[in-house]
Ligand binder design. Structure first.
Ligand code: ATP
Ligand code: MG
Length: 427
C-alpha cells in the first residue's frame, strides 16, 4: 500500500474516535499535562496529547512522558507559561515545568520540503516551519505515534490508520522509507526500540533498509545518540534491543568497540557476561526498580578495556600506567560516539576501580569501601564476572562473610544483604 497517497487522500478527513471508542480519560493523563492543556485552551489555542503517551495509554502501559502539540507558536507558549524554556536546535519546542513534571509542548510543524537546513547528507538538522495538524501528522515517524487526542473533546484524530496498526500489532513508517530514514536515521533506532519493546511486526520497510539507513547514524550528534541509548537500554528491553541491533550490524554506532572486540579468547565468557547483565537490568526495570546506564556501559566496555590494557602493558612500564591510559582511551573513544554525561562516566570508572579491590580482598580495603556509593553496583558487576567464568569465585566467600558481619554491626548502608546470586538483579 502506498501510504503517502493514503495520507494525501485522508489528509483532511481523519478517522475520529470518540471518547466512548477508546480508553483514555483525563485521570489517566498526568496532572502536569492536564494543567498545561487546560491553560492552552483557555488562552484560545488548540491542545492535543500526542506521541508516546497516547500510544502507551491505548496499550494500557504507563507513559514515560506526556507530549503536547498545539497551534500556539513557541513564543506564544512561553508567554503563557512562566516556568518554561525554549529548547531544541533541530526543532524548537517549549519545556514547561509543572511541579516535578516536564511537559514538552511543540507547535504543529510543516513538511521539511519547505524548510532549510538539510545539508548534503539530506539529514534534516532544522525542522522549524510551523503548520497545521494535517501537516504535523506526516512529520511524525510511525503511525502508532501519530494519534492526536484533542483535549477539548477527548476525541482521537487518526490521519494515518494508527489505531488500526496499534490494534493489529503493526509498526508502520509514515511515508517512504528511503525519504524518512534518509532525513533522520535515528528513526532506525526507534524502529528497533518500538518493534522489540512492543513486540510489533514491521510493515512497509525491510531489514535491508534499516541496515542501509542505519549506516547514516554516523552523522548523528553524540548528544542525540545518548538520548536514544538511554531509551534502548533502560526501559526493560535492553537484551532484545541489543541483540536486534547486533543482528542489523548497527551496534557499533552506539558502542564503537563492539566490532573489534570479537576476541576468541573472550568470546563465550563475554557473551555470558553481557547476557546476564542485560537481562538482570531488564528484570530490575520490569520489577519497578531503577537501573543505571553507568552499570551497563561499564559492562559493554569491560572486555575492550581488558584488551586495551593487555595491549598497552607490552609498552608501558608500570601496570597502573597501562590501566590509566587504557581507561582514558576506551572512554574517550566511546564519548566521541555518544555524549555520556560525566556523572555516568564517573560511575563507570568507580565500578572498574572497585574490581581490583574485590579481586584481592583485605579487611583494610574492605572497611574503606563499605560506604562507597557504587559498592552495590560494583559488587554486582564482580559477581557477574564470576558467574560468566571470567574469574574464580574464591573472593566471593570472603566478601559474603564480610558483608554479613558488616550488616550485623550496622555498617552496611543497605537494608538487604549483599551476597552472590541474591544480588544478581540489584544494581
Ligand atoms: P517514548 O517517549 O516512549 O520514548 P515517544 O514516541 O513519545 O516514545 P518521543 O521522543 O517522546 O518518543 O517523541 C514524541 C513524538 O514525537 C513521537 O511519538 C513521534 O510522533 C515524534 N517523534 C519523535 N522522534 C521523531 C523522529 N525522529 N522523527 C519523527 N517523529 C518523531
Ligand atoms: Mg514521549
Amino acid at each position: 500500500m502506498d501510504i503517502s497517497s493514503l495520507i494525501f487522500e485522508s489528509k483532511h478527513t481523519p478517522r475520529i474516535y470518540t471518547p466512548n471508542e477508546h480508553c483514555i480519560t483525563t485521570c489517566k493523563i498526568s496532572r502536569g499535562a492536564n494543567k498545561v492543556m487546560t491553560r492552552l485552551i483557555s488562552a484560545g489555542f488548540q491542545a492535543f496529547l500526542v506521541g508516546g503517551s497516547v500510544r502507551d495509554l491505548l496499550l494500557e502501559r504507563n507513559p514515560i512522558d506526556f507530549d503536547v502539540a498545539t497551534n500556539a507558536t513557541p513564543t506564544q507558549i512561553s508567554s503563557i507559561f512562566r516556568r518554561s524554556r525554549l529548547i531544541g536546535r533541530r526543532f524548537k519546542l517549549v519545556h514547561v515545568r509543572e511541579n516535578s513534571e516536564l511537559i514538552e509542548v511543540a507547535t504543529f510543524r510543516k513538511s521539511p520540503e519547505h524548510s532549510h537546513g538539510a545539508d548534503k547528507t539530506r539529514i534534516i538538522f532544522r525542522d522549524n516551519d510551523f503548520g497545521r495538524i494535517e501537516d504535523d501528522v506526516i512529520r511524525r515517524d510511525y503511525t502508532l505515534n501519530a494519534l492526536y487526542l484533542d483535549y477539548a473533546t477527548l476525541n482521537i484524530f487518526d490521519f494515518v490508520g494508527g489505531m488500526q496498526d496499534l490494534n493489529n500489532g503493526v509498526l508502520r513508517l509514515i511515508g517512504d522509507p528511503e525519504a524518512r530514514f534518509g532525513e533522520d536515521p535515528v528513526r532506525v533506532l526507534r524502529a528497533v526500540r518500538f518493534s522489540e519493546s512492543l513486540n510489533f511486526k514491521i510493515a512497509g520497510f525491510t531489514d535491508t533498509q534499516l541496515k542501509k539507513y542505519g549506516a547514516r547514524l554516523r552523522y548523528i550528534p553524540p548528544a542525540r545518540l545518548f538520548v536514544e541509548m538511554d531509551k534502548l537500554f533502560l526501559r526493560g528491553f535492553a537484551s532484545r534491543n541489543f541483540c536486534r541491533l547486533r543482528e542489523l550490524g548497527l551496534l557499533s554506532h552506539l558502542l564503537p568497540f563492539e566490532e573489534c572486540c570479537q576476541n576468541p579468547q573472550f568470546n563465550s565468557v563475554r557473551e555470558d557476561f553481557l547476557e546476564s547483565a542485560l537481562s538482570s537490568t531488564d528484570t530490575r526495570v520490569m520489577e519497578g526498580g531503577s537501573a543505571t546506564l553507568g552499570f551497563l556501559i561499564a559492562v559493554f566496555l569491560w572486555f575492550p578495556l581488558k584488551m586495551q590494557i593487555e595491549k598497552l602493558s607490552k609498552f608501558e612500564n608500570a601496570p597502573t600506567e597501562a590501566l590509566v591510559s587504557a581507561e582514558e582511551f576506551i572512554l574517550l573513544t566511546q564519548l566521541k560516539k555518544v555524549a555520556i554525561p560525566r556523572r555516568i562516566t564517573k560511575s563507570v570508572r568507580d565500578i572498574w576501580a572497585l574490581q581490583r579491590i574485590f579481586a584481592k580482598p583485605s579487611k583494610r580495603k574492605a572497611d574503606r569501601i563499605i560506604r562507597h556509593p557504587r559498592l552495590r553496583a560494583a559488587y554486582n558487576f564482580f559477581c557477574l564476572r564470576v558467574e560468566a567464568g571470567e574469574i574464580p569465585d574464591d573472593p566471593i566467600r570472603w566478601w559474603s562473610g564480610f558483608f554479613e558481619k558488616s550488616k550485623k554491626s550496622g555498617k552496611l548502608p543497605f537494608s538487604s544483604s549483599l551476597s552472590y546470586r541474591l544480588d544478581r538483579s540489584r544494581q
